[in-house]
Write a protein that binds this ligand. Structure first.
Ligand code: CDP
Length: 224
């Protein structure tokens, strides 16, 4: 079990996906789960911050992550929502929905169930602190706001969406603030996590660094 936490666009997802591939582990993208549930809340026309009406949806929602070749498919009640969960509306509401205790309890239960069935590289905000405090190895990835905004801009550009860099930086900062100041499982570095600043690293460099540390600490199979 490898845990990777960190703020938005710090390089977690790409690193987690590639490290999981190399080790043959499942990539547990917990952010994608919160995003999928947020999509359901928005589609149902619920107020993202209303714990009562959002809570009523939790029990009637099924979220699954499936590996398809190199990609990760996100299924919401059986529907492929992989692209939809990256949408602007979901990104805007996800931190509010994720701050609700009833949502976190359900997601964490599902995350622990998935990890009980397979070796995982889990990534998110509270993986090393709350979800899997006994992870074999924990990483905390950070990067400067400029690097993160540029990465997110390139990612959106790939999907044909043009965005203003300053506006993007503002939104990332706001989400970081919401994620790290909430009462329930805030974004925090676990005391035993290895911090990696990816500001001036390429994707290949950060993947090589993390994979190297995993192999050094846990052996070739990534297990203790
Ligand atoms: O990919 P990006 O960095 O934009 O974010 P993400 O990993 O997809 O996570 C989206 C949002 O879900 C975060 O901003 C958090 O509000 C929430 N989240 C969370 O609360 N706990 C997690 N373990 C993972 C994500």
């Amino acid at each position: 079990m490898i845990a990777i936490d960190g703020p938005a666009a710090s390089g977690k997802s790409t690193t987690a996906r590639r490290v999981a591939q190399e080790l043959g582990f499942l990539h547990l993208d917990t952010g994608a789960m919160y995003r999928a549930f947020t999509l359901k809340v928005l589609r149902a026309g619920k107020d993202p911050g209303d714990s009562e009406s959002v809570g009523a949806l939790v029990g009637v929602t099924q979220i699954e992550l499936h590996r398809a070749n190199d990609a990760l498919l996100v299924l919401l009640d059986g529907e492929d929502v992989t692209l939809a969960v990256r949408g602007e509306d979901v990104t805007r509401a996800v931190s509010t929905v994720s701050s609700l205790r009833c949502v976190r309890e359900a997601m964490v239960r599902e995350q622990r169930r998935a990890a009980g069935q397979s070796d995982v590289v889990a990534e998110g905000r509270d993986i090393g602190t709350v979800v899997f405090p006994d992870a074999d190895l924990k990483f905390f990835m950070i990067a400067g706001i400029d690097a993160r905004a540029r990465r997110r801009q390139a990612e959106l550009m790939n999907r044909g969406i043009r965005t203003d860099l300053d506006a993007l930086a503002g939104k990332i900062r706001e989400r970081d603030w919401l994620d790290s100041t909430r009462a329930e499982s805030p974004l925090r570095k676990a005391a035993d996590a290895i911090e990696i600043d990816t500001s001036s690293m390429t994707v290949d460099e950060q993947v090589a660094l993390v994979t190297g540390i995993v192999r050094e600490r846990l052996g070739r199979k990534g297990k203790p």
